[in-house]
Structure formats: structure tokens, C-alpha cells
Design a protein around this ligand. Structure first.
Ligand SMILES: Nc1nc2c(ncn2[C@@H]2O[C@H](COP(=O)(O)OP(=O)(O)OP(=O)(O)O)[C@@H](O)[C@H]2O)c(=O)[nH]1
Ligand SMILES: [Mg+2]
Length: 265
């Protein structure tokens, strides 16, 4: 397999109108870099998106397509994991294909992960220089900024390393995801999985301005919100509950010893 420095993973679900514009923007942003990269679409669409991607290869030969069969379309998280397995890059950058993430930040993120020997660099909307305005309504900004972040931080402490654990744009060393088994994947926020499953990961951040959806038609639903809670709860049970239970048991034993001490002495 021919190695590349960077694989850019773009997940698509009925994004036919965004494929060419996002490719154009990536191409312009990375025009002057002196490393080899590839663009890997992982597609679960039932519209003409895969045909648009196939046709784009004439103009953009760095493009590859992983189109999943209907039976394998089990959500965004599993789409990323399928793409991780196919990636040829030493580093993997994940970002949305609906142009809400700025491709102009890709090179800065790559330079940052290499220079600082980080495992992950996250594009954050919630550090100085970043913005979540593009989410649209005040309600969606509140849900993302307060509810999503705090729920993750509270249940899954390793996510506290990031100001924006729900971010969909991040770069990670391929080796790190290769070493993970990704059992029981429920969610669509794969970064939360990675941060929780690798609590020792070295994490850096870059600010981004999250842009408005171009067609302004959000696919976010209440059902997705409920899925998010199912996701973080399952990770909590799998990775954190055991540690909480151990600490609780330790605390109870100390309490009993202290009580016995006061009763008998
Ligand atoms: N392959 C794949 N891609 C998906 C799936 N769901 C969403 N995507 C893509 O993942 C990216 C993020 O999804 P979005 O629907 O934009 O999620 P969002 O930004 O939180 O919400 P809105 O943009 O407001 O709808 C987009 O590029 C989607 O096309 C899926 O099940 N499979
Ligand atoms: Mg979006």
C-alpha cells in the first residue's frame, strides 16, 4: 500500500450539491503544500452523491470513494471506522462534507499535530478565535455549547481535555485508531469515542469558525439528540462505571473501618 502523509475523510449522506464545492475548497487550501494527501469519501447516500463523487475523480485524482451497501449503513460513527481502515495516510483528518468546517485550517492542524507530537488535534469552536455562530439558532448553540459539552464532560472525564469534544473536525494519528477495536459503536460523535477510549491521548486544539450550512437545511433531529445520550451512556457504562464503582467501594470500606474504630476504641 502506497503511504500518504494525510488522509482527509469526508462522510456524505445525500450531499450531492456539496461534493464539488468542498473539493474545490480543499484543493485551493492545499495547493502549495509539499506533501501527498488523499481524500476519502465514505458515503451512505441514497441519492446521486456517489455518482457525483465518481465523476469528480477526473478533475480531482486524489479522491477515493467508499460507498457502503444499505445493510452496512449503521450511522456516522461506523462510517468513520470503515474509512479509518481504508485510509493510507499517516494522519487522518475528519471533517463534514457540508462545508460547515473550514478546509483552510487543515494544514495548520496537520502542522500542529506533527510539531507538538500530539495524538489528536481538535478544531474547536469554543476557544479564543473560534465561533459556533454557524450552528444557526440560539437553541442549537445552547445545546451544543452547554448541554452536549457538559454531559460529555460529566460522564466521560477524558473528554475534558477538549473544549469541544463534540467537534466533527479533528486530526488523529492513524496508528492510534488502528489500535482501537471500537466495540459497540452507537453514536455519530466519533471524537468522544476516541477521547474516552484513549484517556492518555495527547490533545491539542485549533480555533475554527463553524460556518452556516449552505443550503440552510439542518438534518439535526431530536432523535439524533437521544442517540447522543444513548452513546455517552453506553461509553460511561463500558469505560467509567467500573472505575466509579471501585472508588465507591474503597470509600465504603474506609467508612466501615472508621465506624468500627469509633465504636470499639
Ligand atoms: N457516511 C455518512 N455520512 C453521514 C451520515 N450522517 C451524516 N453524515 C455526514 O456527516 C456530516 C455531518 O452531518 P450533518 O448532518 O451535517 O450534522 P450536523 O452538522 O450536526 O447537522 P446539520 O448540518 O445542522 O444538519 C455531513 O457531511 C453529512 O453528510 C451517515 O449516516 N453516514
Ligand atoms: Mg452539518
Amino acid at each position: 500500500m502506497q503511504k500518504k502523509l494525510l488522509t482527509i475523510i469526508l462522510p456524505t449522506f445525500n450531499e450531492s450539491g456539496n461534493v464539488l464545492p468542498i473539493l474545490e475548497e480543499i484543493d485551493t487550501s492545499l495547493k502549495n503544500v509539499n506533501y501527498d494527501y488523499e481524500i476519502l469519501f465514505v458515503d451512505d447516500s441514497d441519492d446521486e452523491t456517489p455518482q457525483v463523487i465518481e465523476n469528480s475523480k477526473k478533475k480531482y485524482p486524489k479522491v477515493r470513494l467508499l460507498h457502503r451497501e444499505k445493510k452496512d449503513r449503521t450511522g456516522l460513527a461506523t462510517a468513520f471506522v470503515a474509512a479509518f481502515k481504508k485510509a493510507k495516510g499517516e494522519y487522518i483528518l475528519c471533517m463534514d462534507s457540508d462545508r460547515q468546517h473550514p478546509p483552510q485550517k487543515i494544514d495548520e492542524m496537520l502542522q500542529k499535530i506533527i510539531k507538538n507530537s500530539y495524538d489528536i488535534v481538535i478544531a474547536s469552536r469554543y476557544i479564543k478565535g473560534g465561533s459556533a455562530e454557524g450552528l444557526g439558532s440560539a437553541y442549537r448553540i445552547f445545546v451544543s455549547r452547554v448541554i452536549t459539552r457538559w454531559s460529555a464532560w460529566l460522564l466521560l472525564w477524558p473528554t475534558m481535555k477538549s473544549s469541544d469534544p463534540g467537534s466533527g473536525m479533528f486530526i488523529v494519528r492513524k496508528q492510534l485508531v488502528d489500535d482501537l477495536s471500537f466495540s459497540r459503536l452507537y453514536g455519530f460523535k466519533i471524537l468522544i469515542d476516541i477521547l474516552t477510549r484513549v484517556p492518555k491521548a495527547r490533545v491539542g486544539e485549533c480555533p475554527i469558525v463553524f460556518r452556516k450550512r449552505v443550503d440552510d437545511e439542518s438534518k439535526a433531529t431530536l432523535k439524533q439528540g437521544l442517540k447522543f445520550y444513548k452513546h455517552i451512556w453506553s461509553l460511561f457504562v463500558e469505560y467509567r462505571l467500573y472505575i466509579v464503582a471501585k472508588k465507591l467501594l474503597f470509600f465504603i470500606v474506609i467508612l466501615i473501618i472508621a465506624l468500627l474504630f469509633f465504636i470499639f476504641i
